[in-house]
Design a protein around this ligand. Structure first.
Ligand code: SF4
Length: 431
């Protein structure tokens, strides 16, 4: 049995791409190992969203040079967004790399390893129609791609250049995959896409959700990432009416300033965003809303920054992912005037995170003494004597030890304590 070690960087799409590369390699007689030293094949599934992710990857790649010197038969592959972005350039920097495989060509990893070397970065419209096997290392929750690529070209983002044009999978392929997962005992599925609510397969996205909602065995449906411009009444109704669709949406805002939103090419204004939030909260009162924020976008003024701070206060998100603006190759924003000094970006990011921590804590505190439905996922990483799971609003709950709790169970949990990023509770009943 040949051994493969996969190091995954970045987003859920990459995590699931790694699961599928493993699935394809399993057919070629490979089994996963946890350490690069044990592997016959090392794959770096890379992320190019920020400079830091790229630096981290290259420093880890450098370490494989020694491994390869000690084991000349070792094969090294670079996959993911940096592979697509830099292509053959990676082998110029690191000649000990054998394969370069872009996100649209993960299905060709099997062919790749049969050959001695290769660059696989061509556009691949077939990906959306191919049903690649996935080797999932969890048993309760599963990721499923429903579409690939992005047509939005936000001025700071590399994704349209690395993952290509939007392509949606046929609904039937998705439904068959979900039925297979239900038969394997999975309880929760998360539908993946750069703009999952732009799905344009042979049925609309709300209709797809409705058909998945009818599948026996699946208890919860989530989807990520949504684009505010494509959030319509149909999807809001689906979130209100479909019992398995969870009350959480991740809806990136990025900035509270209309001037900056225009420069980002986000295609909505702050007030339009607020009206979508209102529509969601009217239809689904307990809904949790999380978002992404970029601090220090080129030419962002103190007033623009203030607009983002007041946006957080006005909306009251359940949580945010916030980062300093990072200029990326091929993106329009990288060439924009008014690139801000790093200390200004850091200062603004610190203020945003400190404010949001207070908001998140307050929203979690409001859940104390309530009863929440929790899907148990496994043992808590921080407190091994406890089990952990998530509410339908996607909040982490650590459950006081109780002999009969196991992964896959859906339980009624009384929330005893709220922390900044998690809740603590006790079992009061089976769901
Ligand atoms: S919507 Fe914008 S930020 Fe999201 S993947 Fe597409 S280009 Fe990137």
């Amino acid at each position: 049995m040949k051994k493969v070690y996969i190091r995954t960087f970045g987003c859920q799409m990459n995590v699931h791409d790694s699961e599928r590369m493993l699935g394809v390699l399993r057919r070629e007689g490979y089994a996963p190992v946890d350490a690069p030293e044990e592997a016959d094949l090392i794959i770096f599934n890379t992320c190019s969203i920020r400079e830091k992710a790229e630096q981290k990857f290259y420093s880890q790649l450098g370490r494989t040079r020694r491994l390869k010197r000690d084991n000349p038969a070792l094969k090294v592959a670079v996959a993911g967004c940096i592979a697509q972005q830099q292509g053959a350039g990676i082998r110029e920097k690191a000649p000990y790399v054998d394969y370069v495989i872009g996100p649209q060509n993960i299905g060709r990893v099997g062919d790749a390893v049969l050959g001695t070397e290769g660059i696989f970065t061509d556009d691949n419209p077939e990906l959306a129609r191919s049903d690649l096997p996935a080797e999932r290392d969890r048993s309760v929750k599963a990721w499923i791609n429903i579409m690939y690529g992005c047509n939005n070209f936000c001025s700071y983002c590399v994704v349209p250049y690395t993952r290509g044009r939007e392509r949606s999978r046929p609904a039937e392929n998705i439904l068959n995959e979900v039925k297979g997962l239900a038969a394997d005992g999975f309880k929760e599925i998360t539908l993946l896409g750069q703009n999952v609510n732009s799905y344009s397969g042979d049925v609309s996205f709300p209709e797809l959700l409705s058909r998945i909602n009818d599948i026996e065995g699946i208890e919860r449906i989530r989807f990520v990432t949504s684009h505010p411009k494509d959030l319509g009444e149909g999807l809001v109704r689906a979130m209100r009416d479909l019992d398995k669709v969870c009350e959480h949406i991740h809806l990136p805002l990025q900035s509270g300033s209309d001037r900056v939103l225009r420069l980002m090419n986000r295609k909505y204004t702050f007030s339009e965003y607020v009206s979508k939030v209102k529509m969601l909260r009217e239809a689904v009162p307990d809904i949790a809303i999380t978002t992404d924020i970029i601090a220090g976008f080129p030419s962002e003024t103190p007033d623009d920054h203030k607009a983002t701070v007041s946006a957080l206060q006005e909306i009251g998100f359940d949580g945010i992912f916030a980062f300093k603006y990072s200029p990326r190759p091929m993106t329009r924003a990288a060439d924009m005037e008014g690139q801000l000094p790093d200390e200004v970006k850091s200062e603004r990011l610190t203020e945003i995170l400190a404010l949001q921590d207070r908001i998140t804590e307050a929203r979690n505190k409001a859940l104390q003494n309530t009863v929440q439905e929790v899907l148990v996922e496994g043992t808590s990483g921080s407190e091994p004597e406890k089990m952990t799971g998530r509410t339908r609003t996607n909040k982490i709950v650590n459950i006081a030890p109780s002999g009969s709790v196991s992964p896959g169970m859906i339980l009624k949990i009384r929330i005893l304590k709220a922390n900044r990023h998690s809740l603590e509770g006790e079992v009061i009943d089976g769901a």
